[in-house]
Design a protein around this ligand. Structure first.
Ligand SMILES: N[C@@H](CCC(=O)N[C@@H](CS)C(=O)NCC(=O)O)C(=O)O
Length: 223
């Protein structure tokens, strides 16, 4: 295993980046934070240099152990497999592992893509309407949270799947933040709300929060 300090290319408010930041904290991995602004000058994700790092022009990307890894969920699984001694994020039990991945996947493929910056910009452009854009986001986030909530009814303990922090929790916290940002009424989702509140108390989750990063704008910054 190479000893160079890992580099995380990310953006403070990117929910996919945030998942990986939580994993790095839980795994006690010291890393270099390379901010890639998704808004500055039309978006640094589109620069030639960053496109060489991630041809899909998205954050996060993680340089670690001599490898460049893309896609938050495979990155988290890699960290879990290579650092199994700290906070195991995929449960040993096959059923619990499947349920944790199920929740993570609903958020990863069924919610985040619909609120992704380039997608919502296109919706606003095609419809010529900010209201239609907000309706679009609200529709998909509400649909996703309905599904997550019904699974949590069966799986949750202190956290999404029992009392162990799993990959599902790493996805839930940034997604709840996004939902609140887009004015989704979370009172419809009491389990997701309660689990999120529990997770938000954990020091590693606090450290990884969008409002505590080096590229967090001053007006949002919490110390
Ligand atoms: N499935 C990818 C999603 C990555 C992604 O969509 N990242 C967003 C921020 S959360 C992004 O970089 N968006 C740039 C854009 O929309 O232009 C992952 O989990 O890493």
């Amino acid at each position: 295993m190479e000893s160079e300090k890992p580099i995380l290319y990310n953006y403070f408010r990117s929910s996919s980046s945030w998942r990986v930041r939580i994993a790095l904290e839980l795994k006690k991995i010291d890393y270099e934070y390379k901010p890639i602004s998704l808004i500055k000058d039309g978006g640094e994700q589109y620069t030639e240099d960053f496109t060489k790092i991630n041809p899909k022009q998205e954050v996060p990307a993680l340089q670690i152990d001599g490898h460049l890894l893309l896609q938050s969920l495979p990155i988290i699984e890699y960290l879990d497999e290579t650092r199994p001694n700290q906070h195991q994020l995929l449960p040993n039990d096959a059923v619990k592992r499947a349920k944790a991945r199920m929740i993570a996947e609903i958020i990863n493929s069924g919610m985040q893509p619909f609120q992704n910056l380039n997608v919502i910009k296109r919706v606003a452009k095609e419809t010529q309407s900010e209201d239609k854009k907000m309706e679009w986001i609200k529709f998909y986030l509400t649909k996703g949270f309905k599904a997550v909530e019904s699974i949590l009814q069966e799986t949750c303990g202190k956290y999404c799947v029992g009392d162990q922090i799993t990959i599902a929790d790493l996805c839930l916290v940034p997604q709840v933040y996004s939902a609140k940002r887009f004015n989704i009424d979370m009172s419809e989702f009491p389990n997701a709300t309660r689990v999120n509140e529990e997770l938000e108390k954990i020091p590693e989750f606090i450290k990884a929060h969008a409002h505590r990063q080096i590229d967090t704008p001053q007006e949002l910054k919490e110390y």
